[in-house]
Design a binder for this molecule. Structure first.
Ligand code: AHR
Length: 334
């Protein structure tokens, strides 16, 4: 009895430490749904270590995953915002382990550096589901399941939009806005795009820099690209919509017409980007689905019942061009 009380007190202390860290610039945590199963023994608890809130896509993913307790009241969600820092996400995972959650869901900011903390989860018999971006670990048994997009395929699709428009023999100077360095979304999209344009001898990536998946940095980096090579760039390839939205502002301020003087392709499919494409300011969107809550719930149930159907679940996603934007806009859910 004494021991049980001590364990509950320790878990509460860990939670309040991580909440305090949130106020001081570390990760912030919150809980949706009522009392924790770790103390009440009733609900199943998912601890979700989110990347941050860097983009419209990310906001939509957070909202979708926070729906889990509404979709199934037998589940509770503990949420931690890592503010784009791996060390915050590692702290959150350790806090979830201390709180004895039933499942840890991790959307990792970068791919490497997870072996130790995920081994701690495994040693504590807590299954780990990787969501959206992936991890690279030496021991694959640290991961129970993966749910997310094929980022390499997204990069390939982005390149195909450009090839379909200009043909393989065109002479193009491409500016690339990369996502967060070391993230699957950046590494995979870049790889898929670069491999696909290998067949196009005169496609040149003349500028390439990270904008960290944010509007503000996308604008800032595009301003620098335009300052040095504004008259050479014909194509902008942006690893996400938010950076492209920032870049479109930079292009307009520079005095060029986005979508006309510079052909623009980006990944995600947020409403803002569809609106810009409907307005003729962008040319192609490769969809990346952030509405992962229902699938995460489903996989969690499978894991907890010992009945996992598929260790790797890939999202189904489309490709949209400017002529489809107006019709698709009312259908967008994020
Ligand atoms: O990991 C998914 C990517 O991360 C999205 O494309 C981007 O918008 C987000 O920040």
């Amino acid at each position: 009895m004494k021991l049980k009380k001590l364990a509950a007190l320790a878990a509460a202390a860990v939670l309040s430490v991580s909440m305090f860290a949130g106020c001081g610039g570390g990760q912030s945590t919150s809980t949706s749904g009522s009392q924790s199963s770790s103390t009440s023994g009733k609900k199943k608890v998912i601890g979700f270590a989110q990347v941050g809130a860097e983009s419209g896509w990310r906001t939509a993913e957070t909202a979708s995953i926070k729906e889990i307790p509404k979709l199934d009241p037998n589940f509770e969600l503990k949420f931690s915002d890592g503010q784009q820092k791996q060390e915050n996400q590692i702290k959150a995972i350790r806090s979830f382990i201390a709180q004895k959650v039933d499942i840890i869901a991790l959307d990792p900011v970068v791919e490497n550096g997870w072996d130790t903390v995920l081994k701690e989860a495994k040693d504590n018999k807590i299954p780990v589901i990787i969501v959206d971006r992936n991890v690279k670990v030496a021991d694959e048994s640290l991961i129970t399941a993966f749910l997310g997009s094929d980022m390499e395929e997204e990069g390939k699709r982005a390149a195909k939009i450009i090839i379909d428009k200009f043909g393989k023999d065109a002479k193009l100077n491409i500016a690339e806005l990369q996502g967060t360095v070391g993230s699957t979304a950046m590494v995979g999209r870049k790889k898929g795009f670069d491999e696909t344009i290998k067949d196009c001898p005169n496609y040149k990536i003349i500028k390439s820099q990270t904008g960290d998946f944010t509007r503000a940095k996308g604008k800032e980096v595009m301003e620098a690209f335009l300052k040095s090579d504004g008259d050479k760039i014909n194509v902008l390839w942006s690893h996400n919509d938010d950076m492209a939205v920032g870049a479109i502002q930079a292009i307009e301020e520079y005095g060029k017409k986005p979508g006309k003087d510079i052909f623009i392709v980006s990944v995600d499919g947020i409403k803002d980007m569809f609106q810009l494409m409907a307005d003729g300011k962008s040319n192609g969107i490769v969809e990346c689905n952030p509405l992962l809550g229902p699938q995460l719930l489903d996989i969690s149930k499978q894991v907890l019942s010992g009945n996992l159907k598929d260790k790797n679940v890939k999202s189904k996603e489309g490709v949209f061009t400017q002529d489809q934007a107006k019709a698709e806009l009312p259908n967008r859910k994020y």
